[in-house]
Write a protein that binds this ligand. Structure first.
Ligand SMILES: [Zn+2]
Ligand SMILES: [Zn+2]
Ligand SMILES: [Zn+2]
Length: 332
């Protein structure tokens, strides 16, 4: 029999198929990278807001604002009701982290030192953007490959500052708070303890992070990177953790590429919202939420049933996915 599993944070049901598909059985579009003119190479972008340079002054990582931002700091929130509906201005920011001057050189290929510069750029911009009390959430994500929605084909990631807490994040925050109210423990710390005990879904165990394929995910070969030290906010990451994370991300993204033959993927950083506006209302946030990274290979389209029902089918079990990911070499 196949197995129906309940994901504990969001309460999502996932059908895990008994016969796992092997990595080579997944067929996604061969065309992984956008071709033609690249806006990032041509410097067709907005203002430069952060730059990391080498000793000779050459830039290695830079953050620029988008040329056609959806969210911008012009004007104000102008929050109001229109009949039964709510509206406000798209106040916020759209920034692009250009992870390399070289169009074809992905950050993970360049190694942990470059990945560390990318992480530093994330943190620097988060701290800066959070200063505006109207910003409720800073969302950091990366898309790789056309199927993931990457329009450039140039190594980059995105920082989006928004005046609301996005629904998916809100669901996680609510799930974590509910668990904490009931058990007085962080659900992520509990999940990590469970995974460490079971071991069959663990892919990598570094000094500061645990990488595992969660019990009931939406996408085959999805894995999460959880900091062992409990912190609600990504921007509070310590120096040692930062260095370790740059290694872990490098290794894991290389493994993913080798295992699934250069698949499109997205990763997101889930962190606590900016607490400036409601500092006193959410007093357990720092105990109940635990920042983390979710890496989702985009190797399968969702079916209508999955989109409409929120119930998913997992064609490779997390246990098998973890085994494959663990076994595949990441090169040097
Ligand atoms: Zn380019
Ligand atoms: Zn925790
Ligand atoms: Zn999450």
């Amino acid at each position: 029999m196949n197995e129906l599993r309940r994901e504990p944070l969001l309460g999502r049901w996932v059908a895990v198929l008994r016969e796992s598909m092997r990595p080579e059985e997944y067929r996604f579009a061969v065309e992984t990278r956008a071709t033609g003119r690249c806006d990032l190479c041509e410097e067709e972008h907005g203002e430069e807001v952060f730059t990391s340079r080498d000793d000779s002054g050459r830039w290695l990582v830079k953050v620029v604002s988008s040329r056609d931002p959806i969210f911008s700091t012009e004007g104000d929130l102008a929050r109001k009701g229109v009949g039964m509906y709510d509206r406000m201005n798209t106040f916020g920011a759209n920034e692009i982290v250009i992870e390399s001057p070289d169009h074809d050189h992905q950050a993970e290929e360049m190694g942990p030192a470059q990945m560390l510069r990318v992480l530093d750029a994330f943190i620097n911009r988060t701290v800066e953007l959070e200063k505006d009390a109207r910003i409720r959430y800073i969302f950091i994500n990366k898309n790789y490959g056309i199927l993931s929605g990457d329009p450039y084909g140039h190594p980059h990631s995105l920082i989006t500052a928004v005046p609301v807490i996005p629904k998916r994040v809100k669901d996680e925050l609510d799930g974590a708070r509910l668990y904490y109210d009931y058990k007085e423990r962080c659900i992520f710390c509990d999940i990590m303890r469970e995974e460490e005990r079971m071991q069959d879904r663990v892919v990598m165990d570094s000094p500061c992070f645990l990488v595992f394929c969660p019990y009931a995910t939406r996408f085959p070969f999805e894995f999460w990177i959880l900091p062992k030290q409990h912190r609600c906010s990504f921007r509070e990451i310590g120096d040692e953790e930062r260095r370790d994370l740059s290694k872990v991300l490098t290794v894991m993204l290389r493994k993913l590429r080798r295992l699934l033959n250069d698949p499109p993927y997205s990763y997101v950083i889930h962190t606590a919202p900016s607490r400036i506006p409601r500092r006193n209302q959410w007093h357990t946030l720092s105990e109940d939420f635990h920042w983390h990274i979710e890496v989702m290979p985009r190797i399968r389209r969702l079916s209508g049933f999955e989109l409409g029902s929120g119930m998913y089918t997992l064609s490779t079990s997390p246990e098998d996915a973890a085994k494959y990911l663990k076994e595949v070499s990441h090169g040097d």
